[in-house]
Design a binder for this molecule. Structure first.
Ligand code: NI
Length: 177
């Protein structure tokens, strides 16, 4: 197991489309385990291949409540096969856009079909945070980020704030050196 570096914007890999996985090899299994470990270590609830620099259709998620049992999910080639008409608005964040949050409207429930790490086809119909997480992570595989859904003004403010945070962190690191 290993903690992988998480790419941040403006890395162009985050804007590219990920390729389907033809066979779930040992290498893919290892990648899924490493991604899950990375997600937990960075306190994320989901992570997509693009975010660790791998343009393959792989996603990990755990959207369980903090006081509930963990619900780690590893998905290969996930596809949304049904979505509710009902929509839900949630304040989202992303490990690739650190400490920036914005309201995004998505389908309240979805059904996802994917291949699990044993090569078996699975289906899961869900709502709440997991439904939001699935839509957010599947967007990553298409090169879409949650900031693509916010207004240009709000987006500009978020990017500015992100730059400011990075500058401050770099200055603090320079002082320590
Ligand atoms: Ni994200």
């Amino acid at each position: 197991m290993a903690i992988l570096p998480v790419l941040e914007i403006p890395n162009p890999i985050l804007l590219q489309k990920a390729e389907p996985v033809s066979v779930v090899t040992e290498e893919i299994k290892q990648l899924l385990s490493d991604m899950l470990e990375t997600m937990y270590a960075t306190h994320g609830v989901g992570l997509a291949g693009n975010q660790v620099g791998v343009l393959k259709r792989v996603v990990v998620l755990d959207c369980a409540d903090k006081d509930a049992e963990p619900d780690p999910i590893k998905m290969v080639n996930p596809k949304i096969i049904w979505k509710s008409e009902e929509m839900i608005c949630h304040n989202e964040g992303c490990l690739s856009i650190p400490r920036q949050y914005a309201d995004v409207t998505r389908h309240a429930e979805v059904e996802v079909e994917y291949t699990d790490e044993n090569g078996e086809i699975k289906r899961r119909r869900t709502g709440g945070l997991l439904a939001i997480g699935i839509q957010h992570e599947l967007d990553h595989l298409e090169g879409i980020l949650f900031i693509d859904y916010v207004s240009p003004l709000k987006r500009k403010m978020m990017l500015k704030r992100l730059e400011k945070n990075r500058k401050r962190a770099a200055e603090a690191a320079a002082l320590e050196a």
